[in-house]
Design a binder for this molecule. Structure first.
Ligand code: GRG
Length: 309
């Protein structure tokens, strides 16, 4: 099944790249792998809670970025699929914890009730912990056909992206900044490069590591990811103002309501859009040396700025 996917992606590259076709193939592939990754066994409640959020939809941008960067560097989908799933597990656990009453206190996520609204706060915390631990186990136990030193590097990279040097650190500064509308652009940038950017960077770089990319290639991939990470967050801030709750699948207008400093509140909507477009162009330019093979990652960069949710 995976090789059929790869064949048709190759054909597509020859015929001119269509991101919608690419995503229509990749999203179900990721969905099926996520579904297989976590069984329901005793104690069922925790597995059901983990699966509730993991299989609640979402764009699956992180796993798709990981698969695409592995292929860009000459690897295969099979080599990267366990890491791709682990990245979605980490992302999902961060959403479950972010939605808790002690953090953002949200009732809806991905168009569904949040995990704690369905299973209670105690189980939601544990579901997040369970997904986080499972993500590392999954990479270590399920990655096949990749030299062990590369797998170890990926595990270290994921740990760094999740911890105080990444997501956790970004969330702490975000919580500290709550109710302060006058935070500096440097603090805002710290929050987003850590809270959102670190995991997106880990997605792209881990795919490259698994494929055996050179350090020069990894640097280019890393700069691509940093640029799309920031663009992604700017667009997120813009959508919080311009999109409806229905489009977002979560509460809209929360930043304004909380008088939170955001890119639009500092730069205005127009300048924020311009900055996001510029970051996407820089991201795409980083991959120019890869030629046609970079089309999926370049199109994904455009998708990030054009998205409506
Ligand atoms: C990681 C141990 C650990 C704890 C969590 C709560 C927390 C620490 C960090 C917050 C991370 C967070 C919620 C960042 C926001 C990321 C973001 C922009 C989410 C939206 O991503 P999309 O648009 O969502 O890709 P979908 O639903 O499409 O996957």
């Amino acid at each position: 099944m995976v090789s059929a996917h790869t064949d048709s992606v190759k054909k597509e590259a020859k015929a001119g790249f269509e991101l919608s076709v690419y995503l229509a193939e990749r999203q179900p592939l990721v969905e099926a792998a996520l579904d297989r990754s976590i069984p329901v066994i005793y104690p069922e409640k925790i597995y059901e809670s983990m699966r509730y959020s993991l299989l609640a939809g979402g764009k699956r941008l992180r796993p798709i970025l990981c698969l695409a960067s592995c292929e860009l560097a000459g690897g295969t989908v099979e080599m990267a699929l366990p890491t791709a799933c682990a990245l979605e597990m980490i992302h999902t656990m961060s959403l479950i914890h972010d939605d808790l009453p002690a953090m953002d206190n949200d009732d809806y996520r991905r168009g569904k009730l949040t995990n704690h609204k369905v299973y209670g706060e105690d189980i939601a915390i544990l579901a997040g912990d369970g997904l986080l631990a499972y993500s590392f186990e999954h990479v270590a136990a399920e990655t096949k056909g990749v030299p062990a030193d590369r797998v170890l590097r990926v595990i270290a990279l994921l740990g760094r992206a999740v911890g105080a040097a990444g997501l956790v650190g970004g969330q702490v500064v975000d919580l500290d900044s709550e109710g302060k509308s006058d935070i500096s652009i440097e603090t805002l940038s710290y929050i987003h490069t850590h809270k959102t950017g670190a995991l997106l960077e880990a997605c792209v770089v881990s795919g490259g590591i698994l494929a055996g990319a050179s350090s020069e290639e990894l640097q280019k991939m890393s700069r691509y990811a940093q640029n799309i990470g920031l663009a992604f967050q700017i667009i997120d801030d813009i959508l919080d103002i311009t999109a409806t709750a229905e489009q977002l699948g979560k509460t809209a207008g929360k930043d304004l309501q909380a008088q939170k400093a955001t890119y639009p509140s500092i730069w205005g909507l127009e300048e924020s859009s311009r900055q996001a477009r510029q970051l996407v162009e820089s991201a795409k330019a980083e991959l120019a040396c890869f030629g046609e093979k970079a089309q999926p990652l370049q199109a994904l960069a455009d998708f990030i700025t054009n998205r409506k949710h």
